[in-house]
Design a protein around this ligand. Structure first.
Ligand code: NAD
Length: 540
């Protein structure tokens, strides 16, 4: 394998891209059998798909049907893995790691480059599948695959430059080195709302730093998991590599087994705070490493000096993008009291303009697609009922839209206390609570008083307020933006949040260090043994 990797060729499979847009017939059969959905077959998907990959495809666990949230119609089925298959897959991932760690990092980077290239070829159909299965609109599905491509580019560069350091020693003719080594098997458990990119952020960096990757995607987005793994597996096969990327689709039992298995050196978990807390405790119990990327309750602050036009646009995308189902979605807008009424009126005006743009996620004019499942609809209804019972006023929306699929009206609620229970909870739906604050200090206090600490943003033209916001007395979140949205991060920075968001960081900056173990190496080149701190300990 190593000899082969020294002569990596730039192979590419000439598979046709599908670019036609979908139209929808009324048949109740599986969408994959409809000619309009031929892009699914271009991705190698079939009516019934094995959901476990460990060099070969299999799946002996329960079968799940994947549904289009925009119509409620079945797309195709996936045979998930069972616990026994997961355990076998972990064993294979360990063996693959033992070979992969010997491959020079820049050569590993070359494999990641090929994965990025392959994703470029499949961006259109894969992005459409992301849209179809999650419910996010066409451009967001394409954007999600683009994030995976971007992190591959980042990782290729990283493969040639990530490094340790040489530290001064207090002892004469001694040197202290710091080196970063792979951990082993990185288990990735991902949420439904970013079924492709979350795997991509983890896999590109974990592979580059010498780990093998075992993925369990969300049970309701299994087709994205299978299609993405097929693309990656093709690159591995062409390069005669062992399965350094494996997949075991499954439910809670598979997730829990993965989390508890000591052979999985790092668990990178993306999901709700509730599940993430259990995962964190379980991994810590066995002294494994964990990256937790959990829920957010993100605030947008509008200072009295704000550029209101820009802030309104930020609020619109922040609150309604992905139908309110991003971890970084704007859930609270805290507006200076002088601007509050005019801001609410203008935002409601913008919401009204979106009504004709609510529709199926793959239709060209749609800006607001469905939410993912009936459970999201139920959570939406419960949050609105609670908000009303607590004295909130619905300034816009508040209703379930009666049509096939899972559609709700984007909703604006005013008049609630800043610390109302419903305001402090993350409801994964397009609901925003608008709060009226006296000044930026109070707004920062309210920003920080929730359990989660993922994303936050201020709109201000006042340099003093801006620097207060990013300083020690400012936002306590992992993402602290100025004059832009709370959502839609780029891959170059480290992504993640504090407090109940879990403290993990993924993607750019030095997040790669989390996928490594650090070795501190003291080298004595003096010819004599000397203890640190001047300790004398010898016998003649
Ligand atoms: P979820 O917690 O229900 O599920 C996430 C994953 O965990 C799924 O794959 C699920 O099968 C698995 N799982 C469930 N129980 C488990 C257990 N006991 N042990 C191991 N795995 C288990 O989350 P969801 O509804 O799919 O996603 C929405 C949530 O994810 C929101 O809270 C959102 O904010 C969060 N999220 C966070 C980020 C981030 O980067 N911070 C990104 C995306 C989503």
């Amino acid at each position: 394998m190593l000899a082969h990797l020294r002569n990596i060729s730039k192979l590419a499979l000439p598979r046709r891209l599908v670019t036609q847009s979908a139209s929808y017939s009324s048949s109740s059969s599986f969408l994959i059998d409809q000619p309009e959905y031929s892009f699914l077959k271009e991705l190698g998907l079939e009516r019934d798909n094995p959901g476990v990959y460990s060099g070969q495809w299999q799946g002996r666990g329960p079968s799940v049907t994947s549904y289009d949230p925009g119509t409620g119609r079945p797309i195709a089925t996936v045979r998930q893995g069972n616990v026994q298959e997961l355990e076998q897959t972990i064993g294979l991932a360990v063996e693959a790691y033992k070979q992969w760690r010997q491959v020079p990092a820049p050569v590993r980077g070359e494999i990641v480059r090929q994965i990025g290239d392959e994703l470029r070829k499949y961006k259109e159909p894969l992005g459409k599948l992301v849209s179809l299965e999650v419910g996010k609109i066409y451009s967001e599905g394409q954007g999600e695959v683009q994030e995976f491509i971007d992190i591959c580019d980042y990782a290729v560069g990283l493969s040639r430059i990530y490094s340790g350091q040489l530290i001064n020693s207090e002892r004469a003719d001694h040197s202290i080195l710091e080196a970063w080594r792979p951990l082993g098997v990185v288990g990735v458990i991902s949420a439904y709302n970013f079924p492709n990119a979350v795997f991509g952020w983890n896999a590109a960096i974990a592979l580059t730093t010498g780990n093998s990757v075992l993925w369990k995607g969300a049970p309701s987005t299994p087709l994205v998991s299978v299609a993405t793994t097929k693309i990656v597996a093709d690159v591995l096969r062409r390069n005669h590599l062992p399965p350094v990327v494996t997949l075991c689709q499954g439910g809670t039992d598979v997730g829990q087994t993965l989390v508890a298995d000591k052979r999985v050196n790092l668990v990178s978990f993306t999901g709700s705070c509730q599940t993430g807390r259990d995962v964190g405790v379980e991994v810590q119990r066995r002294f494994g490493k964990v990256i937790l990327e959990l829920g957010g309750n993100n605030a947008l602050i509008i200072d009295e000096s704000a550029n209101v036009k820009m802030a309104l646009d930020a609020a619109l995308f922040g609150c309604i993008g992905t139908s309110g189902q991003r971890c970084t979605t704007t859930r609270r807008i805290i507006v200076h009291e002088k601007l509050h009424d005019q801001f609410v009126k203008a935002l409601v005006g913008k919401y009204k303009q979106l009504i004709p743009k609510i529709g199926h996620q793959l239709e060209a004019q749609t800006l607001v697609g469905p939410v993912h499942t009936q459970q999201n609809v139920e959570n939406y209804k419960a949050a609105i009922a609670e908000a009303k019972s607590l004295g909130g006023a619905v300034a816009f929306g508040g209703n379930v839209i009666q049509r096939d699929g899972f559609y709700v009206e984007p909703t604006v609620i005013t008049g609630l206390p800043h610390d109302a229970s419903v305001v402090h909870r993350e409801t994964f739906a397009p609901i925003v609570y608008i709060l009226k604050a006296k000044n930026v200090d109070q707004a920062i206090e309210w920003n920080n008083e929730v359990e989660q600490g993922l994303s936050s943003a201020i709109f201000t033209e006042n340099i003093g307020q801006a620097f207060k916001w990013i300083g020690a007395k400012g936002s306590d979140c992992g993402i602290v933006n100025i004059n832009t949205t709370t959502n839609g991060a780029e891959i170059g920075g480290a992504f993640g949040g504090e407090k109940a968001t879990g403290g993990g960081r993924e993607s750019g900056s030095d997040a790669w260090k989390q996928y490594c173990k650090r070795a501190t190496i003291t080298v004595n080149h003096s010819g004599e043994l000397a203890c640190a701190q001047g300790v004398v300990f010898n016998v003649e």
